[in-house]
Ligand binder design. Structure first.
Ligand code: PEP
Length: 250
């Protein structure tokens, strides 16, 4: 049985004091959660949020990393830097990175490798845009994303990864994939992992759904057999709505 895993992606929201305030509100609300809980603040707030997490059941995630360890790469943050402030998970290949910041399957793969080399657990985002869904290319796109992200990754390392299926047309739009639409792609990803690696590891990997998940639709999505959690954007910015998803009753 895979334990559910719910991560809040705070994107480029929350100043220092707002981030501290939000995590202080989240911690007591999710303390009895049956799921793993992760918050992913912006880089500036990571170390301060990290100070509030020991002794809680909330883990820290970052929203991206650069694949080099250090160097003249203005504006970038490396794996060792994230590790040094207590980051455990890192989101890689988010659709906003892919569409606005030139993220490709190749850079995703380099980041996945860099994260693993530095003891970070990647949350790898995959998913199709609306035109791809409408032209019947969802599986082809998702297969490219998955094969690209995990090229050269061993089975042992795959076990440290989480995959987030995020149909781009459902991100921040209020349009959620139906539980059946999401389940179909999650099952496809698991089948793909089974062919790329083996059935046992495919059964172990947790696959989150992301795209306008909120307390009202979380239960139906999270009750699907291959949906193992959520990557939450908008609804993660308020403690009560995030906790409403984390504490869903199946
Ligand atoms: C996301 O950005 O990963 C996301 C799922 O956003 P939202 O929940 O706002 O659709």
């Amino acid at each position: 049985m895979r334990k559910k895993i719910i991560a809040g992606n705070w994107k480029m929201y929350k100043t220092f004091s707002e981030a501290v305030d939000l995590v202080k509100k989240i911690i007591p609300l999710v303390k009895d959660s049956a799921a793993d809980v992760i918050v992913c603040p912006n880089y500036v707030c990571l170390s301060e949020v990290a100070k509030l997490l020991p002794g809680t059941n909330v883990a820290l995630g970052a929203q991206d990393l650069y694949w080099e360890k250090e160097g003249a790469f203005t504006g970038k943050v490396s794996g060792p830097m994230l590790k040094s402030v207590g980051v455990e998970f890192v989101i890689i290949g988010h659709s906003e990175q892919r569409s606005y910041f030139h993220e490709t399957n190749e850079t995703v793969n380099k980041k996945v490798k860099a994260a693993l080399e530095n003891g970070l657990k990647p949350i790898v985002c995959v998913g199709e845009v609306l035109a791809e869904r409408e032209s019947g290319k969802t599986e082809q796109v998702v297969r490219n994303h998955v094969e690209g992200a995990f090229a050269g990754i061993s089975e042992q390392d795959l076990r440290k990864c989480v995959i987030a299926y995020e149909p781009v047309w459902a991100i921040g739009t209020g349009k959620t994939a139906s539980p059946e639409q999401a389940q179909e792609v999650h099952a496809f990803i698991r089948g793909l992992l089974s062919r790329m690696y083996n059935k046992a590891v495919a059964q172990e990997i947790r696959i989150q759904y992301g795209g306008s998940m909120k307390p009202e639709n979380a239960k139906d999505l999270l009750s699907q057999p291959d949906i193992d959690g959520g990557l939450i954007g908008g609804a993660a910015l308020k403690a009560d709505s995030f906790a409403g998803i984390v504490n869903f009753k199946g």
